[in-house]
Design a protein around this ligand. Sequence first.
Ligand code: OGA
Ligand code: MN
Length: 200
Amino acid sequence: MTAFSIPSHWNIDQVLQDIDQHGFAVIDQAYSEQYGQALLDECNANLARFREAAIQNGVVSNIRSDHILWIQEDLPLAQQHIQALHSFAQELNRAFFTGIREVEAHFACYHAGEFYALHRDNPQQKNDRMISAVYYLHPEWQPDWGGELRLQDKHGEWHILRPEPNRLAVFQSDLLHEVLVAKQQRLSITAWLRSGHTLW
Ligand code: OGA
Ligand code: MN
């Protein structure tokens, strides 16, 4: 389960402190250049399989326009990222007794002009998502390309996080956030660290 552990250079104490104090944390240069490239290659090789995220179970929503691909066993590089998040979840569980037992994730591709309107990943504790983790895969992101993650922290303050390549943004799934219109192709993996307890 934990063959691919947290990279040793992550400042885990700082990350845990940031999540505790603000409800979110940012990890830059999260992975090695080689692994980041391999993950991007796997994403690009599968782009034709991405589907409109706005259509779920046949129901169309207009709050998001990205395209996604859920990560299963057939995507081994992305599986390693999920394993790293499992290890990260163990740290969260140790520090906060979060009781995270599952990780689910999908690749996401925003084409130029696409966005994700204001939402929470876990509104009113309706599901078992505890922590959201977004990893940015594109090799380059210029300041005027938009596509920022705009996030309200647990004290109500707003933050604008640029989707820097090789950045991992982690935040409580109940926090309000949005993805501003991207002006270039924006590639990421969104993951949710879940308790595994179904409440519905
Ligand atoms: C999501 C989401 C943020 C981002 O997929 O639910 O909010 O920066 N993503 O991609
Ligand atoms: Mn979200």
